[in-house]
Design a binder for this molecule. Sequence first.
Ligand code: SAM
Length: 203
Amino acid sequence: MKIINKLKNIIFKLSPHLAVKMGIEFPLKSPNRVFLETSVFQYINQIYGGKQPRSNGLFIGTDKRSWHYPKVLDLELHTIDIEKKKALYGNHKHHIVGSATELERYYDPESFDVIIGNGLIGFGMNAPEQCEQLLLGAALLLKNDGLFIIGYNDGPEFVNFKVKAAANYQLFDECVPGQFGLTQSTYQFGDHTFVFLKKRTAS
Ligand SMILES: C[S@@+](CC[C@H](N)C(=O)[O-])C[C@H]1O[C@@H](n2cnc3c(N)ncnc32)[C@H](O)[C@@H]1O
C-alpha cells in the first residue's frame, strides 16, 4: 500500500496531467479531507443527489486532491480557480478560470443549491476584504434554501481576521445537518475549520 501511494505521489509530481488521465486520486488524505470526502459528501449526495434536473453545485478552488469530485458528487458540479494551471483539476465541462472574489461576474444569482469553498481562506484569499467578497458572492449565488460549506484556516499564522467576525457572515445562519453523524454546524480539525451555512432569508 505504502509503495502504491509513493508511486502515485511520484506520478502526481512528475505529471499531474498524466495522474488525472490515469484516474489517480491523491493518495495522502488528512483527517479534514477524509471528513469532507465522507461525511460532507454523503450528506450532500443524500440531500441534493438523485434530482432531475440535477442540483447545481459549485466547488471553489481546484487541486490535485479534488479533480475527481465531479465524479463523486451527485451534482451538476461547476468549478472555478484563479490559477489557469489549476483548470486541469476542474470539471472540464464547467470550469472557469476566475476569482472567487467576484463570483457574481461568472454565475447567475440564485443558481446554486450547494457551494463548497474549502481551502481558500488561509490559502490565497488571505485579506479580510477577500473573505467578505467570498461570503457575499456565495450568498448572491445560492438559491434560497442553499447550503454553503466553508472550510478555512483563520489562525494567526494564516490570516489576521476571523471568518466568523466578517460582516458578510451575517448573510448566513449556521446550520446542523443532523445526518451521517453531523450533529454540529462547526467542525474543527487542528487549524482547519468547516462550517455548514444556510443563506439567511428574510422571514
Ligand atoms: C489549498 S487549495 C484548495 C483546493 C480545493 N478547494 C480543495 O479543497 O481541494 C487552494 C486553491 O485555491 C485557489 N485560489 C486562491 N485564491 C483564489 C481566488 N481568489 N479565487 C479562486 N481560487 C483561488 C488556489 O489557486 C488553489 O488552487
